[in-house]
Design a protein. Structure first.
Ligand SMILES: Cc1cc2nc3c(=O)[nH]c(=O)nc-3n(C[C@H](O)[C@H](O)[C@H](O)COP(=O)(O)O)c2cc1C
Length: 328
């Protein structure tokens, strides 16, 4: 009997495949289908910090209250669509908990430690098993230093941790000037797991319409390597679990992430591409590989190829091509 269980953020998961926050995780019907196909845990589609604040202000009838960090964000949203969105979100958590048996993480996209953090407690009270924060401060504010930008991450974590007792997971990007040290510092802030890395909305310009449009919404398998590199480098240097994310499209990619030291993975794009039944294919490929290589449990090989355990540790830090493509 193969044992695919893994421990992640305080949970014993039946296998390492977690469904990343996305349009696939915003309805109970879809969540049930994902569980049926073998998903071990699910991160719900994120609520935006601005949606929570907006609703809070509505209910307090303080629409003109000062202190918004990004008031212009409201132009970006369809306000009718987000009306009461946090109430709907809490209902989704309640419904999901009624219908599913696997851990459900609520998710918030946030850029500050503003008033929204009370929502984490409401998500916990609605039954969320954990909270994942998609935390990203785009370093485009010329008046803020890198140190100030980085402080926001710790302020958010501190504030949210005061609100909840359930596990806290942070999903970050790789846009830090000193990435390894930052990952390490965040991992020591009392959180339960870190997801490396998020993938963002990226802009393109449509030359016909002269409009800004989203580009490359879905990842490709070739994007796996950035996450793989940093999981391997950080695996034995952090104080929380790591999950790999971005470019994990096949069971073999999951195996690579586990070998590098991830305890679990988040997947989204591959399910958009192949359908939710692809979870079953991925699990089968993991099992086949384990059988072929005489591993009976994930623990037998998890972290075996992390940087500190690898016989070629320098390979994870190599960034320049040497002989390849030089014609020699
Ligand atoms: C259509 C789509 C919607 C997404 N929405 C969210 C979101 O609301 N919150 C979030 O944290 N991540 C969101 N993500 C990012 C995914 O959770 C995941 O981190 C990222 O896509 C990398 O994984 P992948 O390569 O398997 O797609 C979204 C991704 C896609 C493709």
């Amino acid at each position: 009997m193969l044992d695919l269980t893994t421990t992640y953020a305080g949970f014993k998961l039946k296998n390492p495949i977690i469904i990343g926050s996305s349009g696939l995780t915003e309805s109970v019907a879809s969540l049930k289908e994902l569980e049926k196909r073998g998903a071990a845990a699910i991160v719900l589609k994120s609520l935006f910090e601005e949606e929570i604040i907006r609703e809070m202000e509505d209910s307090m009838n303080q629409m003109n209250a000062p202190g918004h960090i990004y008031p212009e964000i409201y132009d970006f949203f369809d306000m009718t669509a987000i009306e009461d969105s946090s109430t709907k979100y809490l209902n989704l958590i309640r419904e999901a908990k009624k219908e599913l048996n696997i851990p459900i993480f609520a998710s918030v996209n946030c850029v500050s430690s503003d008033e929204w953090t009370y929502f984490a407690k409401r998500a916990q009270d609605a039954g969320a098993d954990g909270i994942e924060l998609n935390l990203f401060v785009l370093p485009s504010d010329f008046n803020r230093t890198g140190v100030e930008n980085e402080k926001i991450y710790f302020d958010v974590i501190e504030k949210v941790k005061k609100e909840i007792t359930i596990p806290l997971v942070i999903k970050i990007s790789y846009y830090f000037s000193n990435l390894g040290a930052m990952i390490q510092k965040i991992s020591e802030s009392g959180i339960d797991a870190l997801v490396l890395f998020n993938r963002f909305f990226t802009p393109d310009i449509d030359l016909e319409t002269m409009k800004i449009v989203p580009s490359n919404i879905f990842s490709t398998q070739s994007e796996l390597s950035t996450s793989l590199r940093w999981i391997a480098i950080m695996a034995d240097r952090v104080k929380c679990d790591l999950a790999g994310s971005t470019g994990i499209h096949e069971g073999t990619d999951v195996i690579k992430q586990l070998l590098a030291g991830a305890k679990a993975v988040h997947i989204a794009s591959t399910l958009y591409k192949h359908g939710t039944s692809h979870i079953e294919n991925m699990l089968k490929d993991i099992k086949d590989w384990m059988e072929d290589n005489n591993y009976s449990s994930i623990g037998d090989f998890c972290g075996k190829m992390s940087q500190s355990k690898s016989i070629n540790a320098a390979a994870y830090e190599r960034v320049q091509f040497m002989k390849h493509f030089s014609g020699k």
